[in-house]
Design a protein around this ligand. Structure first.
Ligand code: EPZ
Length: 430
């Protein structure tokens, strides 16, 4: 089993290039099979979840040609099945985008129920509500969602909760439905906009993505396109918080600073210095960080996917901070691991009360999910001594070359697969 071994205590310093957004790219790959023409997607992150989804569309007949590590050419003209089910696809969340995509194109999709990080109950009732409103019959049988529509018809849909997944999924299906669809209380995340932009470049008629009302005029067919995925705002935010927690100085490149505003605002509040450029952000950490309060919210609020990384920084700040998780109910599981490193955090319901400490100390910790895993790596980088982070398979789902990018910033981190490797690392770095 691979682990990260880290010798902490070195402030991160240098420049890091952010990859394409995993959560946008997953939906774009699904959208690519909605046409029988060729779609080229560039700036694709080379991470596990993306590779699982590419395999899944290959299995239903699409031609997937990896032009290079970050570019893929997809042709859905040869898709010969609407049944998507294998042991890998069951583990990822974004498998559900194939429902919207295949339902839109073929009026029928049978897709394994989505998995994904265990961060709380993750219902799909809003996806189902949207599909039903478009005239789809939806059944859940044998671990699969089975959707069938004689004739997909546009409709007026009000989402009861703001959901990224449901907004994108319904948008995918409605793109090829007859007539107009209006999605109210839509999610406004940058990746919702990215999916709408790619679909529009394929001939769709979608307006309002990025606001809470999306209007879609169904079209008969989509066509080829070439599209580049937006930068990953969560990967960018993770490096920004790593800079803050290690009191480093890092230029995070290939970002859209506007997408990072909620994170930037909190870093300023805790006393970091921020320099914004057209497509880069520099974070300069400070020795004495201030406390602050954070509540996770749908975009443009503070992202739930940045909550653990923020908690790590606040656990090293002066005074008491309060972090409220309002999106997923089970996203503080990493707190026990952090406590083992000396953090003082008390969780009450969906709130973490954090008393800042001067220093963490290295320990053996487990990554309970993707973002919490990244946060524990940050904690290890800031800690005195050695930290091992196990279950890094979660981290690899969403961060490309995480350890290499950190090494480029001067971090003493390595990926190891045995105790012998750990001993070797310790001997090497002293
Ligand atoms: C997406 O998950 C992301 N995943 C998550 O990223 C991210 O944490 C989340 O959006 C919020 O930003 C992907 O894009 C693959 P939601 P998603 O539907 O779409 C409730 C990461 O680390 N809800 O916006 O599953 C739900 O329980 C991951 O990269 C319903 O009640 O999230 C939650 O409370 C983890 N019914 C809230 O809405 C539904 O039908 C937001 O969920 C759907 C959601």
């Amino acid at each position: 089993m691979e682990q990260y071994i880290i010798k902490g205590g070195t402030p991160l310093d240098g420049e890091v290039e952010v990859s394409g957004a995993k959560n946008a790219a997953l939906a774009l790959i699904a959208a690519a099979v909605m046409t029988d023409e060729t779609v080229v997607i560039d700036n694709l992150p080379d991470v596990r979840d993306i590779n699982v989804l590419l395999e899944a569309i290959k299995e239903i007949g699409a031609i997937v040609d990896r032009v290079d590590r970050h570019c893929v050419r997809i042709n859905g003209g040869t898709v010969n099945s609407v049944i998507v089910d294998n042991e890998y696809i069951r583990k990822i969340r974004a498998s559900y985008y194939l429902i919207g995509a295949l339902l839109g194109r073929f009026g029928h999709a049978e897709v394994a129920l989505p998995g994904g990080c265990n961060i709380g109950s993750r219902p799909i009732d809003q996806h189902i509500k949207g599909f039903k409103a478009l005239g789809t019959e939806v059944d859940i049988e044998y671990g699969k969602i089975i959707t069938k529509a004689e004739n997909l018809m546009g409709n007026h849909i009000y989402m009861d909760v703001v959901s990224v997944g449901a907004t994108i999924n319904v948008m995918l299906a409605a793109t090829l439905a007859e007539g107009r669809t209006i999605i109210e209380n839509a999610a406004k995340e940058p990746h919702v906009v990215d999916v709408a932009n790619m679909l529009n470049s394929m001939g769709a008629n979608i307006k309002g993505a990025g606001t809470d009302v999306i209007r879609i005029k169904g079209v008969k067919k989509l066509h080829k396109t070439e599209y580049s995925v937006i930068p990953d705002q969560i990967e960018a935010g993770t490096f920004m918080l790593a800079a803050a927690a290690t009191r480093g100085n890092v230029l995070v490149k290939n970002v859209i600073p506007k997408h990072l505003e909620a994170i930037t605002a909190k870093l300023l509040e805790i006393g970091c210095r921020i320099e914004e450029y057209d497509d880069a952000v520099r974070v300069v950490g400070v020795e004495e960080m201030n406390n602050t309060h954070v509540k996770t919210l749908p975009y443009p609020g503070f992202p739930t996917d940045m909550q653990p990384q923020m908690v790590v920084a606040l656990a090293l700040a002066n005074g008491t901070s309060v972090v409220t998780e309002s999106i997923f109910e089970n996203r503080f599981k990493y707190v026990d691991e952090l406590a083992g490193m000396g953090a003082e955090i008390k969780v009450e319901g969906n709130t973490a009360i954090i008393n800042g400490v001067n220093m963490f100390t290295g320990a053996q910790v487990n990554a309970p999910d993707l973002r919490a895993g990244a946060a524990l790596v940050i904690a290890g980088l800031a800690a005195d001594g050695f930290t091992t982070v196990s279950d890094i398979v979660y981290i690899q789902r969403g961060y490309e070359n995480f350890e290499k990018k950190l090494q480029g910033l001067g971090a003493t981190i390595d990926k190891v697969s045995s105790d012998k490797d750990i001993q070797k690392f310790k001997l090497k770095v002293g």
